[in-house]
Design a protein. Structure first.
Length: 187
């Protein structure tokens, strides 16, 4: 069974969906660690609810990205983590982690990449007035949302949708698609 670490910066709803899939046996993996760069993130509470340890850090406490990624790498190695799953982690992964986990880091993004990369993809799609957006799961490389695409699912934007409604539709797809895709990847 693969050992994974989930990286999150915010509410942790995708983390929770993954942990629930593990609990149901739909995803044959062990979540060894939550890595979080925001000490007040709700994801930390969610991890505690599943008895999953959290490594919490603040990048400003380190001299460089290399310094904090080396510390993260040490935590991952101690726990023999095989795979990294980004779930709302709002930092680009640097060379330290990319080289140690080449081809074993995945991310979820709330758009049909390559459209609307980066921050606030839902807002970008909403403001652009497109009729369809969606969710993409991709391997992580040195760019921002540029790695090879693993899976995608479209989400229609209805004329009456508010931004908040669109976000809920996207999250519903994320919470279903990510665990299913991870289950395929990790077996």
């Amino acid at each position: 069974m693969k050992k994974v670490a989930v990286f999150a910066s915010g509410s942790g709803s995708n983390f929770e969906a993954i942990a629930e899939a593990v609990g149901r046996g739909d995803l044959k993996a062990e979540i060894e660690l939550l890595v979080c760069d925001k000490p007040k993130a709700k994801a930390i509470e969610r991890a505690a609810g599943f008895n999953i340890p959290a490594f919490v850090f603040q990048p400003k406490d380190y001299d460089s990205k290399v310094a904090y990624e080396k510390e993260i790498l040490g935590e991952l190695k101690r726990r023999e983590v095989d795979f990294i799953v980004l779930a709302g982690y709002m930092r680009l992964i640097g060379e330290t982690l990319l080289s140690a986990y080449e081809g074993r880091i995945v991310n979820i993004h709330p758009s049909l990449l390559p459209a609307f990369p980066g921050k606030d993809a839902i807002g970008q799609a909403f403001d652009a007035g497109v009729k369809v957006t969606g969710v993409t799961i991709h391997f992580v490389d040195e760019g921002m949302d540029t790695g090879p695409i693993i899976d995608q699912e479209a989400v229609a934007i209805d004329r009456e949708d508010t931004r908040e409604q669109l976000q809920k539709k996207i999250q519903a797809v994320e919470h279903s698609l990510y665990p299913k895709t991870l289950a395929k990847l990790l077996t």
